[in-house]
Design a protein around this ligand. Structure first.
Ligand SMILES: [Zn+2]
Length: 441
């Protein structure tokens, strides 16, 4: 089925051919960064790396890593752009910001060609979901300097779709548009998908029945690759939901495909992925590690060996779709920055979500890491579905506590509140609170 791929030659390239392409682009990127980026010139000199000697993909391992903290520090010391910038400012077309939870966000600049690479790889993902020119698309991300809205908008336009500009619209206006126009595809964060569906349901609108949606895609958070979260989104919209992981600093780097095999493919011609263990050695297929990316296309800020802090598992099986692109099992499994240690046990919030979302009667939840009588404790607060009778709430709490203890290997306190007791999230959710590190006011 040729139409399954937007770019069959690249998506199904034999490994030797892909490696040759990657090695050529890697040489170009390293030479460009060394020649044009003062930041990388310093970094490579300090690491005693001669850029001319980086010839093969194996040589890449001799390059030092780049971290987000270094980039932030660089922009703070040399405002406003830092000196990673490797092109004249006149060549810059786009600016985007990372969504920072603390401190000033990182500003990321792109040339016209860089930007084309960002949205064209994204378009390839949309195509893999089944989006075609005949679709009408709504990218329901917030309008602002964040890359989510712009990249989704431009990617859909790149495929020839009619895109409904919904960045600055309210949730009510977006629902009205979904009911009025033949919008078949919706892109948003998974948290917003649930928020929007709940909001519509409260107004007596069934998005699955009352709209023409057939595909939803989700980015900004890994929810769409969590089976219970995805099932919930698919039921609410009567559509197929897909995960599209990306990073402002790197690319819209991955996508699930229409084979729905639980794998996330990586656009390997745009980014060179490494999956590294705790000693920074490459893991074997089937093993987990931190995802590290080298950009193979961006010239304005050409990041080398960028530590994503995302934990992934290298697939040890092929996807049924026939793509040869490297695949990861289940998308982004955890963020190293989200890892919590409770009484010696490592807990990732994504695992809690997997367990909680499997309970149909939970509308929203919150995870609180706290200290009770000097001991670490996890509290999961639950916002129950309005349809659940108040007398059933204790049973829900008990069932959830049992599943969480089984799934996490640690006892968890569960508190079931009143419907609507917890905040909803119209962008990326902040469901985790760690009171052990937060300073009380
Ligand atoms: Zn596939």
């Amino acid at each position: 089925m040729a139409s399954r791929y937007l770019e069959p030659r690249l998506e199904r390239a034999p490994r030797a051919e892909m490696s040759r392409l990657q090695a050529r682009r890697l040489r170009e990127q390293v030479a460009h960064a060394a020649a044009r980026s003062p930041f990388y010139r310093r970094v490579l000199r300090a690491a005693k790396v001669d850029p001319a000697r980086i010839r093969t993909l194996d040589d890449l391992r001799r390059l030092p890593f780049t971290t987000k903290d270094e980039l932030k520090q660089n922009q703070a010391e040399r405002p406003p752009w830092g000196d990673v910038l490797a092109v004249p400012f006149a060549d810059v077309l786009r600016i985007h910001m990372t969504s920072a939870t603390t401190g000033r966000p990182l500003a990321f600049l792109d040339t016209a060609r860089d930007w084309y690479g960002f949205y064209h790889s994204y378009a390839r993902s949309l195509w893999a979901f089944g989006v075609r020119a005949s679709d009408m698309v709504m990218a329901a991300f917030s309008y602002g300097p964040w890359i989510g809205y712009w990249s989704g908008f431009h990617a859909a336009q790149d495929l020839g779709c009619c895109v409904f500009p919904a960045g600055g619209l309210s949730t009510d206006q977006r629902i009205d548009a979904l009911l009025t126009y033949p919008i078949t595809v919706l892109g948003c964060t998974p948290s917003y998908a649930l928020f929007l569906a709940e909001h519509a349901a409260r107004k007596g609108i069934d998005l699955a029945k009352d709209t023409k949606l057939r595909i939803t895609w989700h980015t900004g958070e890994p929810g769409a690759s969590i089976p219970a979260t995805r099932a919930r989104i698919e039921a609410a919209y009567g559509a197929r939901a897909f995960d599209l992981p990306g990073l402002t600093e790197i690319a819209a780097w991955g996508f699930e495909c229409d084979a729905r095999s639980g794998l996330v493919h990586v656009h390997e011609d745009y980014v060179y992925p490494e999956v590294l263990d705790e000693q920074d050695r490459p893991v074997k297929p089937g093993e987990r590690g931190e995802l590290v990316f080298t950009s193979l296309y961006r010239k304005a800020m050409p990041l080398l060996r960028y530590r994503t802090r995302d934990v992934v598992q290298l697939a040890d099986r092929r996807c049924r779709c026939g793509r040869t692109l490297l695949a990861l099992e289940g998308g982004v499994l955890a963020r190293l920055d989200d890892m919590k240690k409770v009484r010696g046990i490592i807990v990732y919030p994504r695992r809690v979500e997997e367990i909680v979302r499997a309970h149909r009667d939970v509308d929203e939840f919150q995870i609180v890491f706290r200290r009770v009588e000097g001991l670490d404790d996890i509290l999961v607060r639950v916002d129950p579905a309005a349809a659940l009778a108040p007398t059933e709430r204790p049973a829900l709490g008990e069932a959830l506590a049992k599943d969480l203890q089984l799934g996490l290997g640690i006892r968890v306190s569960v508190e079931v509140g009143e419907p609507g007791c917890l905040p909803r999230w119209d962008h990326k959710a902040r469901r985790v609170r760690d009171e052990r590190t937060e300073v009380p006011f």
